[in-house]
Design a protein around this ligand. Structure first.
Ligand code: ZN
Length: 68
């Protein structure tokens, strides 16, 4: 993953996880509607310490875990 801000070019990057109450998750669309517990993954992200740009969104889990 590129550890450089795409806006200002700073290399002072903070890593973190996107959260709201209970956490923000990514859920694939093509899942059976009947599935009670949806497959999902938390999202990791990078933030620029200088300008505040948030970028580099990445699934915390292995992507195949969501489709298999
Ligand atoms: Zn920046």
């Amino acid at each position: 993953m590129e550890r450089k801000c795409p806006v200002c070019g700073s290399t002072e990057i903070i890593t973190g996880t996107l959260l709201s109450t209970g956490g923000v998750v990514f859920t694939p669309e093509d899942q059976p509607v009947t599935r009670i517990i949806k497959k999902s993954s938390y999202i990791k992200a990078l933030a620029c310490k200088k300008c505040g740009e948030v970028f580099g969104f990445k699934l915390a889990d292995i992507p195949t875990k969501l489709t298999d």
